[in-house]
Write a protein that binds this ligand. Structure first.
Ligand code: GCU
Length: 390
């Protein structure tokens, strides 16, 4: 077991473009003063953290069905076809439900298995046996789908290529919005199939898939646990923090900026966001708004110490800021972060930590000691507000 220590990442340059906006402050200048008021403010935050960032989201479908294609049962990968959309037009995609064996399910004491939803079936790691077994061995299912069946992920191909845009032409979502919709349709399907513990649904994904998991989990409250892994800019990395660093004495790298993201992958995002390139300090939100939308459910932000493009310091600072909302809602224990030694990847270690959180929730497991460590000295918060007194 390897531990992170604060000397691992040498931060050589660190620019803060502005303080983090106060998530408790309503647009009319009044401030949240109760749980009910937070629910209203959360709805207001949706406008900036979701619609301004990712576009208007595809709605819940009018037409929905699930067809079994190959269902060998426990201990196997079971394949379903999900079809969803409007009365005029639908889209179909596959969901692969990996089910633990009867022996692996013994730890559940007769309860249905928790389930991890992950849209990264287009990535190689999602096929990796050790990756899958980390959860299956603890009696946890995987519901995997390939998000690119909903919207293409081809750089420089232009905006809105892929079938979901044809189903919902009147909404402005980019690829991340389309992919996030897939997470929610998998939850619909899992609820219908009745094979999983629907009180313990976790969303995860890596990098662009992590941005997707964060977006899907912020919106869909059926996700009890939301685990974006190394998302870079556009979810957990902070737009207002730019950093350079060297990891374990290696060559210096820098964090991804809003301008980088828009230049290379603008089609992932919503059409209003480009107005803020090079003007990040004017954004009415930052990553802590999206993170706070998960509260009081569980948010687990996993990063890698050497993933400098993902903005480790900015990710930590916005998680820390979102922590005020978790605290306000009495859910401080539901916010965790983990920095893994190493570079950009969805690693078995990351899954192990997610599995630990699932086991804590479902069967009182002890928390892993590796949570909350930082690979750099603890930076000063970049906010001039705290949670209101509840
Ligand atoms: C690029 C991009 C990131 C993204 C990553 C990935 O590095 O700049 O925003 O997260 O690709 O998805 O692997």
């Amino acid at each position: 077991m390897s531990y992170i220590d604060e000397t691992m990442l040498d931060v050589t340059e660190y620019r803060v473009l502005g303080k983090l906006p106060d998530p408790f402050l309503f647009d009319d200048g009044t401030r949240v003063d109760s749980r009910e008021a937070w629910t209203k403010r959360r709805a207001e935050i949706y406008r900036s953290a979701i619609e301004l960032q990712y576009g208007t989201m595809p709605p819940a479908p009018e037409v929905f069905h699930v067809e079994a294609l190959y269902v060998p049962g426990r201990g196997k990968r079971n394949v379903y076809r999900i079809t969803a959309g409007t009365k005029e037009r639908t889209v179909s995609f596959r969901m692969c439900l990996h089910r633990p064996t009867k022996e692996q399910e013994q730890v559940l004491d007769g309860k249905k298995p928790p389930v991890i939803v992950d849209g990264d079936l287009c990535f190689e790691y999602a096929m990796d046996r050790a990756f899958l077994d980390t959860a299956l061995n603890e009696g946890i299912q995987w519901a995997l789908f390939d998000r690119t069946e909903l919207a293409n992920d081809v750089q420089h191909e232009g905006r809105r290529k892929g079938p979901l845009y044809e189903v919902y032409p009147e909404y402005t979502f980019g690829a991340l919005g389309a992919w996030a919709w897939g997470y929610s349709r998998c939850v619909d399907a899992l609820a219908l199939l009745g094979l999983s513990d629907m009180s313990c649904v976790a969303f995860t994904g890596h990098s662009r898939g992590g941005k997707t998991a964060a977006l899907a989990g912020a919106i869909d409250e059926r996700a009890a646990i939301v685990n974006p892994n190394e998302t870079c800019a556009g979810a957990c990395g902070c737009y207002r923090v730019h950093m350079k660093a060297s990891y374990l004495g290696r060559e210096e790298g820098r964090s991804e900026t809003l301008a980088d993201l828009l230049r290379n992958f603008g089609f992932w995002m919503g059409p209003e966001l480009p107005a803020y390139a090079e003007r990040e300090e004017e954004l009415p939100f930052d990553a802590h708004f999206l993170k706070a939308m998960v509260a009081p459910r569980t948010l687990f932000v996993s990063e890698a110490a050497g993933d400098i493009w993902a903005n480790p310091v900015g990710s930590y600072l916005t998680t820390e800021a979102a922590g005020e909302v978790f605290r306000f809602l009495g859910a401080e224990d539901h916010l965790r972060w983990y920095f893994r030694p190493g570079v950009h990847y969805h690693h078995v270690d990351d899954v192990q930590m997610l599995v630990n959180i699932i086991c804590m929730k479902t069967r009182g497991a002890k928390a892993d000691e590796r949570f909350f460590r930082l690979p750099f000295g603890t930076p000063e918060p970049i906010r001039d507000w705290v949670a209101p007194k509840a």
